[in-house]
Design a protein around this ligand. Structure first.
Ligand SMILES: *Cc1c(COP(=O)(O)O)cnc(C)c1O
Length: 434
């Protein structure tokens, strides 16, 4: 439940913002109740406008690997802002961030900055289409790539691979240029490339899909996708907006040792400010204006404040050896939750990749495709979420969103989570019996 001040503010919000929010999942529709309005964040802690304190496992949906308001990041932002927030012209910070990113991710020969993950994927696909002269794009069910028209597309019925709009307002004619396949299915992938390979400009995939639960992929499947793209001259785009700088220093590319042609970034790369990026093979990136015929632009792209936040975030992550620390931390999370999960009266398991984790409310092997994710989880998640919230633990307000760790989480946080989860799970069981 939200407190009285949150409730009052949300009521005001609903009069001026559609649904009271600027991004739909924030409205708590999936878990019921009104959203919480937050006042401030510091480290792992979030404080709402009613003064209630929460351990945060959402971390702005991923960007805050250093936690909220990291003092060095805040300083860098303040210093940059004092020198002017935007020039609409080249600045030192964007060049330094590009140098840092391309040195951390050596397969990124050239990179361009934008202001969101959506812009990054949309622009990467335009580059792929421009470079190949082809129109079709292949995506996979359960992967989210932001809200560009070409990507708000679901699989058609049955075995049809040509997509349908998943949102009103997306022209069917656009959606038809997006092919949709399930993850984790070699046969259908090979068949599709056999049939349509010569018309496919790009295949885009979240290599560590984290937007429909956490669907960990088999390396063989990802390798086959890489091979088929190469063989048929399609551009392979890894959408690392969530996994980049998070599942490993070099993201999923490092984790799997598979190199895409283009990759997209967002979230961690901006340290909490609006930054996205796409980059990869120089011959593809040289298609972009002003060098080539593919148009792409942004008034605030590469602005010094956002670039300074990203630069400082990556600098601190490197210095703190964040990715090694995160492995130790996530192992501690696993240890803390193990006895609770084992004793749970109903199925619940922890699926994890680096500092991304998902509490999956189903039995059996962790799902690898969207179709294998149980739709019954949503109803069970609702009371669990409310119970954890009441215990001061903020998890994503949807059963199909993952959780995130920062380098500031500690064993004490995990013990609190474990205890609250144990209570929530036993309450759930009592409810089932009554
Ligand atoms: C969050 C996300 C996006 C969209 O990024 P925005 O900054 O919200 O536009 C794209 N792809 C993936 C994998 C994401 O997780």
């Amino acid at each position: 439940m939200s407190g009285p001040r949150s409730a009052a503010l949300y009521e005001r919000a609903c009069r001026v913002l559609p649904g009271g929010v600027n991004s739909p999942v924030r409205a708590f529709r999936a878990v019921g109740g009104a959203p919480i309005v937050f006042e401030r964040g510091r480290g792992v802690e979030l404080v709402d406008v009613d003064g209630r304190v929460f351990d945060d496992y959402v971390l702005s949906w991923g960007p805050l690997l250093l936690g909220h308001a990291h003092p060095e990041v805040v300083d860098a932002i303040a210093r940059a802002a004092r020198d002017g927030t935007s020039f609409g012209a080249p600045c030192r910070h964007e060049i330094e961030l590009a140098e840092r990113v391309t040195s951390m991710l050596p397969w990124l020969e050239l990179v361009r900055f934008v202001s969101s993950g959506t812009e990054a994927t949309m622009s990467a696909l335009r580059v792929a289409r421009g470079a190949t002269g082809r129109e079709l794009v292949l995506k996979f069910s359960g992967c989210y790539h932001g809200h560009a028209d070409a990507l708000l597309v679901d699989a058609g019925s049955g075995l049809a691979t040509f997509g349908h709009p998943s949102s009103a307002g997306v022209p069917a004619a656009f959606a038809e240029r997006t092919l949709v396949l399930p993850l984790d299915d070699e046969q259908r992938l090979a068949d599709l490339f056999e049939r349509e390979g010569a018309r496919i400009a790009a295949a885009i995939v979240e290599p560590v899909p984290g937007n429909h639960g956490l669907l960990l992929q088999r390396p063989q499947w990802l390798r086959l996708l890489r091979e088929l793209c190469t063989r048929h001259g399609a551009v392979l785009v890894f959408d690392e907006v969530m996994s980049g700088f998070r599942v490993a220093r070099g993201g999923a590319v490092e984790l799997y040792g598979i190199r895409p042609d283009l990759a997209t970034y967002g979230k961690v790369i901006g340290g909490g400010l609006p930054v996205g990026a796409f980059g990869g093979r120089a011959d593809l990136m040289r298609q972009l204006a002003p060098l080539g015929p593919v148009y792409q632009a942004g008034t605030l792209s590469g602005n010094p404040v956002a670039m300074a936040a990203g630069l400082k975030t990556l600098e601190v992550l490197e210095r703190e050896r964040a990715w090694q620390r995160i492995e130790v931390l996530s192992a501690a999370l696993e240890r803390a939750l193990a006895p609770v999960l084992a004793a749970a009266p109903q199925p619940v398991q922890l699926v994890r990749c680096g500092s991304k984790f998902w509490l999956s409310l189903q039995a059996g092997a962790p799902p690898r495709s969207a179709a294998c994710v149980s739709s019954a989880a949503a109803a069970r998640y609702k009371p669990l979420h409310a119970s954890l919230l009441a215990a001061g633990i903020y998890l994503a307000p949807s059963a199909y969103e993952v959780g995130f760790l920062s380098i500031l989480h500690t064993g004490a946080h995990f013990e609190r989570l474990a205890a609250a989860l144990a209570r929530a799970l036993s309450a759930e069981c009592a409810e089932v019996r009554t």
